[in-house]
Design a protein around this ligand. Sequence first.
Ligand code: CP
Length: 317
Amino acid sequence: MRSFSGRDILSLKDFEREEFFRIFEIADELAPIARDRQNTDLLKDKTLVTAFYQPSTRTRLAHEAAMLRLGGAVTGFADAKMTRAGDFYQESIKDTVKMLEYYGDVLVMRHFQQGAPHEAAKWASIPVINAGDGWGEHPTQVLTDLYTILKEKGTLDGLTFLCVGDFRMRTMHSMAYAISQFDIKMIAVHPEDMSIQPEMMEDLQRYNLKWEEAGDVRDVIDQADVIYMEPVVQPDYTKSRQEATGDKGLTPPQFQVTRELLADKAKGDSIILHSLPRQDELPSDVDITRHSRYWEEAFNGVVMRMALLALILGATE
Ligand code: CP
């Protein structure tokens, strides 16, 4: 297995099965620190730099919370408009990163351009973590998702994932690459104009991905062990920011998971994950059902980033 020390986390493509389990193992070791709401000094001499060119609630703050739990420091920006990259100068990723690498020991970047963190990694002498790049990938979110599923189900192999939503979405891409390493069947349900890019689908076939398509969540929900959701009412992820203007539209019922549908058709022990934020595809009255696990994901999101930071910064092998 490759060492994580000093490694960039840009994609889950070519992530090996043992590497997933190594991260999950470290997450298990570190989880009690977060559960007890304590901080340690494992990374006391290290600093995390965040460079967020797109809005975020969970990903940036979970990385920061993880670093603080491990005794490290954090610095960075949450809005590129307040930097020279977002004003008159439109400073390039190269020029920005050639500065940021001296401000800390690991860089977490979210960007509206697909491949921007990869470009940053080319120039940075410190490890770069992709926190979401355009429609590209969102590796740390999907590591959190899989860790949550493993904790809840006790296994990843042998499960059927029903993935519902916009398949142009970066989480769906990372999820597809990740599940190729497990005996997982994916059933994909998405609007016609929100399918996965054909070239990515072709690439995924190299990994013997078990993939089926369906048109309506109501026809297939009875097969699902895991229901993984994304909105279909989405902003354009290639933009730095998109304000809500006027009527955003409603989610058609074939892409919605409601409390009634779960009661009528879902397996009793199926679980629902959502990377959030949500729209009306997942009504809030689902939250109190036995199926919801997205709040557990919030906790696991911190633990997962603790594990990644500890591994990448060499605090553990
Ligand atoms: N799931 C996720 O990426 O959330 P944020 O956009 O709030 O970071």
